[in-house]
Design a protein around this ligand. Structure first.
Ligand code: ADP
Length: 277
């Protein structure tokens, strides 16, 4: 639109266009992919860890940054109990299943509640992005906290995030917040790679398909906001069990139907970012 013609002032123009910020790349990484969700419990961390493992399986160097400072899940999902080493300047990621890992949960006791205010969260994110010795990563997968808070803003404004993937279940209540999340990334100028519907359906022992949380809502939201719909992941009890055992499904059973779905997401990312060069 021609702003002069419609008489928009510069201030109005600034409000309507995505803002641009000076964003620093994370040293030691080629591409940073944020895994985001509007609500907790929709499977964001399960997605982040399995996507990372799938990327590793197709030959990429991968790191996971668990940026969910209030509810870190990487220590449990990857069964990591050790503390990262430091040389006084930088923290060394813990390598598990061939993946470089960092989480606030490695530095605190499992049951310590993180009662932090915004500035402390921002400072933790800065430490994780500036003071971790990530090495030769093709992809750094960032498991974001749910919602649209300080972590999202710190990432979106100060760090070069190549794209965000939004995970949701098909429930109305989750979708309402997804729309808010899409608007936030759009406003901050972070590219949304697409939306994934997790827990889309369940196949019973009778082989029937049960759409427990409804179905198709995430696809509809993608269409409404002109974003790509990346696909759906069914509910499968093996996924939950594998996570609880500290060995996500892609690592535990790479040939499982759900693992194949994660492999297809990984292949898509690799093709989009690495194979283009
Ligand atoms: P979030 O990171 O969004 O809070 P989690 O990844 O911790 O969510 O997942 C919440 C719970 O749902 C976990 O117990 C996880 O094992 C389970 N879960 C996630 N995705 C699936 C799935 N496709 N099928 C079955 N259980 C799942």
């Amino acid at each position: 639109m021609d702003n002069k013609k419609v008489g928009l002032s510069d201030t109005t123009k600034a409000k309507t266009e995505p803002k641009t910020f000076r964003r620093n790349p994370i040293i030691g990484t080629k591409y940073t992919i944020a895994i985001s969700s509007a609500k907790g419990g929709v499977g964001k961390s399960t997605f982040a860890t399995n996507l990372a493992l799938a990327l590793k399986q197709i030959g990429c160097e991968v790191g996971i940054l668990d940026a969910d400072v209030y509810g870190p899940s990487l220590p449990k999902l990857f069964a990591i109990n050790e503390k990262p080493e430091t040389n006084g300047q930088k923290l060394k990621p813990i390598v598990k299943y061939g993946i470089q890992c960092m989480s606030i949960g490695f530095l605190t006791e499992e049951q310590t509640p993180m009662i932090w205010r915004g500035p402390m969260v921002i400072s933790a994110i800065k430490t994780f992005t500036e003071k971790v010795e990530w090495k030769n990563l093709d992809f750094l997968i960032v498991d974001m906290p749910p919602g649209t808070g300080d972590t999202q803003l710190t990432f979106a404004q100060g760090i070069k995030v190549d794209s965000a993937i939004i995970i949701s279940t098909p429930q109305e209540i989750a979708l309402m917040d997804v729309k808010r999340g899409i608007k936030m990334f759009d406003k901050l100028g972070v590219k949304i790679l697409g939306l994934v519907e997790n827990m889309s359906y369940f196949i019973g022992d009778d082989k029937k398909k049960y759409e427990i949380f409804g179905n198709g809502g995430v696809k509809e939201t993608s269409i409404e906001f002109k974003k790509e719909f990346l696909g759906e992941i069914p509910i499968d009890t093996e996924v939950g069990k594998a996570g609880d055992n500290g060995k996500p499904i892609v690592e535990q059973n790479p040939n499982h139907t759900i693992s194949n779905i994660y492999m297809s997401f990984a292949n898509k990312l690799k093709k989009l970012y690495l194979d283009k060069n």
